[in-house]
Design a protein around this ligand. Structure first.
Ligand SMILES: [Mg+2]
Length: 405
């Protein structure tokens, strides 16, 4: 077969815990769990915490009672995002074809890198693992195989290896599939796993041995794609294009109910600013906006409107949103919250200059928006008062300034 690919999945081990350990080395070698929010659930566990039996998702109050010897740390997503970016940038430097899959996982196309680095695929994985640990302090597991689905499987397997590296070459695929419970396969999960077991499919090998018709009838196109990927045929290539979110929204309940239109507009402006700044981060413009307004009695009003020209800029969004808000508004009603939804995204580079639009003005706006983001990045949120930033100084989660990483 020609054009065989080698795809690696790099998965940070107990990522949030590893980030905490990097900041606090005394947390090494002891049971540690990271908990979402102040009184949330366990979302990341160290190896030692897993060995104690601390389950994923257990509420903190139960965990503390049942596993008092574990240390519980409240999650600091700001820090995790920052460290994640460091890890991902090492990967992107290593191979231009890198797909960030989640905060702690990425696919890297290894194909051809053996020549560049003069190393075989296993040694490539070893080198990358070492580099990431030396430069960021984060331990990673790496699975390398022919497709993303197989790489993901290999990386899961690698967690039980001393080296945390698993190379699932063609000759080993069958054996690995025979040792893989069907629900462990990427994209199958627990619910489909139960259904498949009911049909007598226990392992991944049982699954690929079913003929295409059988799979198609029961699991459609996605089922066939999974079978092909498990057999080494790429259906989903590594793609460095980030998948765009469907929408970006922001809303928050008022401290007190209000029927003051000016107040509603101010609040809406704050949400518009927040969403625009997120939109600029992913380098997109939105074509449609939605305004939501919730009454004291939990009635939700929602109205969408298309923008004449896609935008990521506060003024444009406000200009479209305010008339909508005014239409929905009734001075005799008390409201509890207002919010904005941006959708229908376009990447900036895909956008074409439109003949009849004021491009110079747009460029100015774009520059303005970006400088605002930069200032906020440097000096903290809402440092710049523009008339469309919130009066509330910090959003929850940013109340305490995060420690520098
Ligand atoms: Mg992980």
């Amino acid at each position: 077969m020609t054009n065989q690919k080698y795809i690696a999945l790099i998965d940070c081990d107990s990522f949030f815990v590893s980030c905490e350990r990097r900041r606090n080395p005394e947390l090494n070698n002891i049971p540690v769990s990271v908990v979402s929010g102040e009184r949330g659930c366990v979302i990341s566990r160290s190896k030692e915490a897993k060995m104690l039996g601390v389950p994923m998702g257990i509420p903190l109050f139960q965990a503390v009672e049942k596993y008092p010897e574990c240390i519980y740390i409240s999650a600091n997503h700001y820090v995790y995002t920052k460290i994640s970016k460091q890890v991902m940038s090492i990967l992107k430097n290593f191979s231009p074809n890198t797909e960030v899959y989640s905060i702690d996982e990425a696919f890297v196309d290894f194909t051809g890198l053996t020549k560049l680095y003069k190393k075989n695929y296993y040694k490539l994985a070893e080198e990358l693992q070492k580099k990431i640990f030396e430069e960021t302090g984060i331990p990673v597991s790496i699975g390398v195989s022919r497709t993303k689905t197989l790489a993901k499987l290999a990386s899961d397997k690698s967690k039980s290896y001393r080296t945390h590296i698993c190379l699932a070459s063609k000759s080993r695929i069958k054996e690995i599939l025979s040792h893989t419970e069907i629900q462990e396969v990427w994209g199958i999960g627990r619910r489909l796993g139960v259904k498949l077991r009911g049909l007598g499919v226990r392992t991944a090998l049982d699954f690929v041995e079913k003929d295409d018709e059988w799979i198609k009838k029961r699991f459609g196109k996605n089922g066939l794609a999974t079978k092909a990927e498990l057999m080494g045929t790429i259906i989903s290539p590594v793609s460095d294009e980030i998948e765009l979110p469907k929408s970006i929204s922001d809303t928050k309940s008022f401290l007190e109910f209000s029927s003051d239109l000016q107040f509603l507009k101010n609040e809406l402006s704050g949400h518009i600013h927040e969403t625009c700044s997120r939109l600029r981060k992913i380098n997109c413009k939105c074509g449609t906006i939605g305004v939501m307004l919730k009454t004291k009695d939990f009635q939700t009003l929602y109205e969408k409107v298309r923008l004449n020209v896609p935008s990521d800029f506060e003024f444009d969004i406000s200009r479209a949103a305010f008339p909508v808000l005014e239409r929905m508004y009734n001075s005799g009603i008390l409201y509890r919250s207002v919010g904005i939804v941006l959708e229908d995204f376009n990447r900036n580079e895909e956008e074409q200059l439109q003949l009849f639009n004021d491009n110079e003005k747009r460029e100015q706006n774009e520059k303005l928006g970006r400088s605002l983001d930069k200032l906020e990045q440097k000096f903290g949120r809402n440092i710049v008062r523009t008339g469309f930033t919130k009066d509330v100084p910090f959003k929850q989660g940013f109340l305490t300034k995060p420690k520098e990483v």
